[in-house]
Design a protein around this ligand. Structure first.
Ligand SMILES: C[S@@+](CC[C@H](N)C(=O)[O-])C[C@H]1O[C@@H](n2cnc3c(N)ncnc32)[C@H](O)[C@@H]1O
Length: 306
């Protein structure tokens, strides 16, 4: 695999399902929408451009995303855009602290942006960097380095299997334990090499072309950032900050994320709290996937607060 080309492809973030988001959100004059995953501002910008009299409150946990992409948009949209730094798991408190009342719609585009993969330590095995993986080092303490070097064999197996669905979890963990007894593992390349040596350069024979370390890196990132717990907290908080008839749009990339959203929508629909708008999950068109192959696993679900 050509690492430079792969890096260039990875480091350019393309916003997914923009037309579909605008179709379901249908921004209205005077309404306020909350984009809880600002990233590089793609969805925020699309919402603000689609309806010149609506407002957006945008949230991101990653201060660098806000520092890099917010100034230009704040200049352009002035008081129509407000940025908040924090974890969407605490959405209710974040909005309360900023004295923002209930909103007409909430959009979440879960996962990492290409910005993390490019700029932040530990996210990519295509580039050597310290094994960190925290989205917001100011808010978090546990790093991937700590887990890889200190977590028990059982814990690492559980993380790789449950969050990465890595079927070779045991074999990989045995190799990590053996390696860390000789010398601590501190960088992405060191970890990727241990996995490559264990599984072979291209992963299991006959399997997909993904790098053999992909699932382990994904699992570590999800654990370090408590991504599934954050989504659970976010969904509960969204119920407190949406106005009646307010819309909740969730884009997932990982089946575990989508499962949480799907089950939450179903439970709340059964309780008569939400109406599910997307009876079937919405996925990118073939045209979007052709233009942006990384959009292929995106799934959008929409519900309305009753
Ligand atoms: C897939 S990107 C969003 C891309 C964005 N929709 C765009 O068009 O540019 C996900 C973003 O969510 C942020 N994020 C991840 N977990 C978060 C959390 N718990 N709270 C707030 N933001 C989070 C990441 O920092 C990242 O910027």
């Amino acid at each position: 695999m050509d690492i430079d080309n792969k890096e260039n492809e990875l480091f350019y973030h393309k916003t997914v399902l923009v037309n579909e988001v605008l179709h379901y959100l249908n921004p209205q004059p005077g309404a306020t929408y909350c984009d809880v995953t600002f990233g590089s501002g793609g969805h925020t910008k699309a919402i603000l451009d689609s309806q010149p009299e609506c407002n957006v409150v945008a949230v991101d946990w990653d201060a660098t995303s806000i520092e890099t992409y917010a100034p230009e948009l704040e200049e352009k949209y002035q008081e129509r855009l407000q940025l908040l730094w924090g974890n969407f798991a605490n959405l209710y408190r974040l909005l309360q602290k900023a004295k923002i009342g209930k909103v007409d719609g909430i959009l979440a585009d879960f996962g990492t942006s290409q910005m993390h993969i490019k700029e932040r330590a530990g996210f990519s095995f295509y580039r050597d960097s310290p094994l960190d993986m925290r989205m917001s080092p100011a808010h978090q303490q546990v790093t991937a380095d700590h887990l890889v070097n200190k977590a028990s064999e059982e814990k690492l197996c559980e993380i790789f299997w449950q969050l990465g669905q890595e079927s070779h979890a045991k074999k990989i963990v045995a190799a990590i334990i053996e390696a860390r007894q000789r010398k601590p593992i501190h960088t992405t390349r060191e970890l990727a090499l241990i996995i490559e040596k264990t599984l072979g350069r291209s992963g299991k024979k006959g399997s997909s072309k993904i790098h053999p370390a992909t699932k382990v890196f994904q699992a570590l990132r999800m654990y370090v950032n408590q991504e599934l717990n954050n989504i659970t907290g976010f969904l509960a908080g969204a119920m407190q900050v949406l106005k009646p008839n307010g819309l909740l749009l969730c884009i997932s990339f990982h089946s575990l994320e989508d499962r949480l959203v799907k089950q939450f929508f179903k439970d709340k629909a059964d309780e008569g709290v939400l109406e599910i708008i997307t009876k079937r999950v919405v996925v990118p068109t073939a045209e979007e996937i052709a233009k942006n192959p990384s959009s292929r696993s995106a799934k959008l679900r929409v519900a309305r607060l009753l």
